[in-house]
Design a protein around this ligand. Structure first.
Ligand code: ATP
Length: 355
């Protein structure tokens, strides 16, 4: 297993990048620690595959270096990097048995047959494949086949990193959560460095100890699920993580204090706004706004009961403010006063957090 360092990486698919400024990855300086469970999360086109291909050696970055345990592998081919990859669609040999599929990567590397048997059974047990080891892979369902793919990724013990590229896409929704929690347990058992690529926040947050959030070719935050929730580094993280996402309201400074349409808003910490800032915003998650006797006067527009709580959509002038109201708290019919919890109210300048 390895620590992976991406040092000053930039990548462009355009030859004349100086002219076009067309970077698929704009700037990247990140360390994936040995044995970590990471999710690489972001919407389509943000650069996830590009980053994955740079780690696996399918792409040589336009700028910067890739290090595995401090060894420079930037120009090393994929097959020399000892990486296991699990893709969206299962990669299995239909004519082989499940056992042979799992044994294949080990036989290929000339491992001793006794050791192969032991390792295949170990992995099959982790993935609940023991009872079908002698079956032909062709007879398995899509999720059974994807389990084989996962097994083929996990079976080798000489890999530096295992990368999963949207591995649950073809899995039935009701089985997804089962495999998701299984993968998390597998990480704990195997202890390998794992990178799980997805655009689905639930998958990312359940699998990973650390989530790397990408937006338009930039890593905007590396954090635990709790950090991403409580203190989004960038407005994109606020929008993208959470359901509903964070509220952002325009902010003006009056005598150095943040205000929203003339209403003073207390924020989590001291701050200083860069002279160059063009846009200042107040960010507050719906979970940290409460209905009170005093506060900002809003109109209640819509209430959605989602079981254990209600999602309330309120309006202040042209601004929509969403709040999450627990069961048992009454919600006025058309007008309410709301308060923001200062310790969870953050300030953003040009999308980046100040407090
Ligand atoms: P998806 O989830 O849709 O796969 P992604 O997050 O993996 O998206 P990338 O595929 O890495 O994103 O794409 C990042 C940017 O680079 C996009 O603007 C994309 O159009 C561009 N791009 C990707 N591959 C190529 C290529 N081979 N040639 C030119 N541009 C490319």
């Amino acid at each position: 297993m390895a620590k992976i360092t991406l040092e000053n990486i930039r990548h462009s698919y355009t030859a004349d990048v100086e002219k076009s400024g067309d970077w698929a990855l704009k700037e990247m300086d990140i360390v994936w620690s040995d044995g970590g469970a990471y999710a690489l999360l972001g919407p389509s086109g943000c650069g996830k595959t590009t980053l994955l291909n740079i780690i696996s050696g399918l792409l040589v970055p336009t700028e910067g270096r890739v290090l595995f345990n401090d060894r420079d592998v930037t120009d090393l081919a994929s097959d020399q990097r000892h990486i296991a990859q699990v893709f969206q669609f299962p990669v299995v040999y239909d004519t082989m048995t499940v056992y042979e599929n799992l044994a294949f990567p080990l036989r290929n590397r000339g491992m001793d047959p006794v050791k192969i048997k032991h390792r295949v059974h170990e992995i099959a047990q982790m993935l609940d494949l023991e009872t079908v080891l002698d079956n032909r892979a062709s007879g398995l369902t899509a999720d059974g086949k994807q389990k084989i793919s996962l097994g083929r990724g996990l079976v080798r013990d000489d890999v530096n990193v295992i990368m999963f590229d949207e591995p649950l896409t073809v899995i039935d929704p009701h089985l997804k959560w089962l495999l998701r929690s299984k993968l998390k347990r597998l990480h704990q058992q195997v202890g390998a460095t794992m990178i799980y690529v997805t655009h689905d926040q639930t998958e990312a947050l359940t699998f990973a100890d650390k989530v790397v959030v990408m937006h338009e070719g930039v890593v905007v935050q590396v954090g635990t699920p709790v950090e991403l929730f409580q203190k989004p580094n960038h407005t994109f993280v606020g929008h993208f993580i959470g359901s509903p996402g964070m509220n952002f309201l325009p902010c003006q400074l009056m005598d150095g204090a943040p205000t929203f349409d003339g209403n003073r808003i207390d924020v989590s910490a001291e701050f200083s706004v860069p002279d160059t800032a063009e846009r200042i915003e107040i960010g507050i998650r719906p979970e940290f706004i409460k209905i009170a006797d005093q506060g900002l006067s809003v109109d209640i527009v819509k209430v959605d009961d989602v079981g254990r709580y209600r999602i309330v959509e309120s309006r202040y002038k042209q601004h929509t403010i969403k709040l999450i109201v627990p069961e048992g708290v009454s919600i006025p019919v058309d007008k309410a006063k709301i308060q923001f919890e200062p310790s969870n109210t953050h300030l953003y300048a040009d999308h980046w957090i100040l407090t």
